[in-house]
Ligand binder design. Structure first.
Ligand code: NAD
Ligand code: TYD
Length: 339
């Protein structure tokens, strides 16, 4: 079985490659990534050193390079994760989001169709559904109502994938997952940013009233769901993936838990101006994937958070190297005008 993982040097992609190498050791895996600011080939070092996977540095919008790769390798299965993924960056500048997330997905689909790829899993997000009030859950049938350029670009890519299923009888499924957390998470997102800032004794910039709710899923649970969708999911279907009831928390509760686990003071919390169009609540109904594919989240949130805190404590050089150079100018730009 020849398998391509795009975005393989990013957070979820690298965790997925590690899981596939463990669970399906007979698969021949190509790990593709452009290595943007968010990609880090060190996330794959152990597997590369052992020659367990092949790495390809390719831009998914480069139709010539992608076409040649697909013609040469004749993949049986593609997991498509490559994307620009941070909402705050999409608010500052959205061109790269449309280019990578929309055009890049289109280029991959064209190449996959032409090369006869047997199965394609498009990894998307619950953010395509927009914002929930205090009650209710996103279903696969919930209308798309994205509020950030990031979410809009993901929604557009989902629709192109689903159109390929209808128009070309292409064998693809779309997954929409809630917020992930765990090892190798780039420290611009809430959980790794707050863990590492707290470890450095820096302020934790909490947006707005800190009461926006996210439903958290440990990254390995997400990767396990992706493998199930690849092997058992149906063409043209969307699968919502999300955490358990214990994992649906306001940001301030998550912040308190991080500070408590690190033995740090709540004085480190710095309330700052809100994100524009900040989605109030995300929560997924994952009964479709549970009932049809037998998946459910297995890591309780507080246990997963403890494992994540321990990983950042044990891997300080990994994130210290990232939190320098271009990262610092992004940080300055994003947080400068929040008051
Ligand atoms: P990430 O930003 O950590 O990784 C994205 C990877 O894509 C990076 O390694 C980057 O170098 C690569 N990439 C970017 N542009 C590329 C291009 N043009 N060509 C090739 N590679 C390119 O993101 P992540 O958190 O790992 O998310 C992976 C996927 O999962 C994304 O599609 C995202 O929308 C989706 N998702 C993420 C979450 C989450 O909580 N992080 C939740 C649901 C869905
Ligand atoms: P984030 O990790 O960016 O994920 P997403 O926007 O895709 O859900 O943010 C998670 C939540 O944390 C979201 O409600 C915004 C909030 N947040 C802060 O309060 N401060 C921060 O510095 C960041 C990055 C996020």
């Amino acid at each position: 079985m020849k398998v391509l993982v795009t975005g393989a040097a990013g957070f979820i992609g690298s965790n997925l490659v590690h899981l596939l190498a463990r669970e399906r050791p007979e698969w021949k895996i190509t790990a593709l990534d452009l290595l943007t600011y968010a990609g880090n080939v060190k996330n794959l070092t152990a597997l590369l050193d052992e020659n367990r996977i092949t790495f390809a540095r390719v831009d998914i919008t480069d139709e010539v390079a992608i076409g040649a790769l697909f013609e040469r390798e004749r993949f049986d299965l593609v997991f498509h994760l490559a994307a620009e993924s941070h909402v705050d960056r999409s608010i500052m500048s959205s061109l790269e989001f449309v280019r990578t997330n929309v055009l890049g997905t289109q280029v991959l689909l064209d190449a996959a169709l032409k090369a006869g790829v047997g199965r394609f899993v498009h990894i998307s997000t619950d953010e395509v559904y927009g914002s929930l009030g205090p009650t209710g859950y996103f279903l696969e049938t919930t209308p798309l109502d994205p509020t950030s350029p990031y979410a809009a670009s993901k929604a557009a890519s989902d629709l192109i994938v689903l159109a390929f299923c209808k128009t070309h009888n292409f064998n693809a499924s779309v997954t929409r997952c809630t917020n992930n957390y765990g090892p190798f998470h780039f420290p611009e997102k809430l959980i790794p940013l707050f863990i590492t800032n707290a470890m450095e004794g820096k302020k934790l910039p909490l947006y707005g009233d800190g009461m926006n709710v996210r439903s958290w899923l440990y990254v390995t649970d997400h990767c396990d769901a992706l493998l199930r969708v690849a092997e058992k999911g149906k063409a043209g279907e969307v699968y919502n993936i999300g955490g358990g009831a214990d994992a649906e928390l306001p940001n301030r509760e998550v912040t308190f838990a991080i500070l408590d686990m690190l033995g740090k003071s709540r004085d480190l919390i710095q309330p700052v101006g809100d994100r524009p169009a900040h989605d109030r609540r995300y929560a997924i109904d994952h009964s479709k994937i549970s009932n049809e594919l037998g998946w459910k989240p297995s890591t309780p949130f507080m246990k997963g958070l403890e494992m994540t805190v321990a990983w950042y404590q044990a891997n300080r050089p990994w994130w210290e190297e990232i939190k320098s150079g271009a990262y610092l100018s992004y940080y300055e730009r994003n947080y400068a005008n929040r008051g």
